[in-house]
Design a protein around this ligand. Sequence first.
Ligand code: PGA
Length: 255
Amino acid sequence: MRKLFIAGNWKMNLLRSSSQALLAQLRSSLSDVANVDIAVCPPAVYLRDAAEALTGSNIGLGAQNVFSQAEGAYTGEISCGMLLDVGCRYVILGHSERRAIFGESDAMVNEKLHATLRSGLTPIVCIGETLEERESNRTLEVVSSQIRGSLAGLSNEQMEKTVLAYEPVWAIGTGKTATPGQAEEVHASIRSLLATMFSDAVSQKVIIQYGGSVKPDAVADLLMQPNIDGGLVGGASLKADLFSTIVQLASKIHK
Ligand code: PGA
């Protein structure tokens, strides 16, 4: 049985006071949830404050990006060691916004992934097709190629520790959630691909989140699908009531 995992990706939103208020609300509204893994990923400058606000809670802390090198002349970048040092446990890698706006390739994501796993942080690796790719029936081809490139060179043990997030680009921030059927089709094919790249047993252990306009009204039907193991939530993770409701709904799913 895979434990459902809901993570909030705050992106470049909120300021110090609003992020502290959100964390305080989440901390109290989610304190009873034990059967779902929960994480929030605030902007890097607020990670240290967030770690303090979440100390002793059931909400893990993640970053939205990291650089592959341990230290050195890399102006503006942050290392895995620094993220661990301020209390992070997770890091999102290869989000479609980083791929599209900041030019991250599968090869760059792969370097970051190896550095992340070496450090002991848990990576959340994002993949997903654009609308144009879906409309030209290339979804599975694009997602497979991103998986092969981003996950190259991982051992079975490393793969088991890696979380994947299938995020169709056309669903991110658009209010257009993939239907449970559309998402499950891709999740199932990702799991079969992992079985051929690693092993069946490994593929059964990997957490594959869905992301793209996850909201309370759609989340239960998505999470009921056999191969959808959680959500990476953007917009709705900025509102305490929406994010709490999503986690509470997840905690009621038995499959
Ligand atoms: P969204 O973002 O929930 O606002 O669509 C999801 C994501 O980009 O991770």
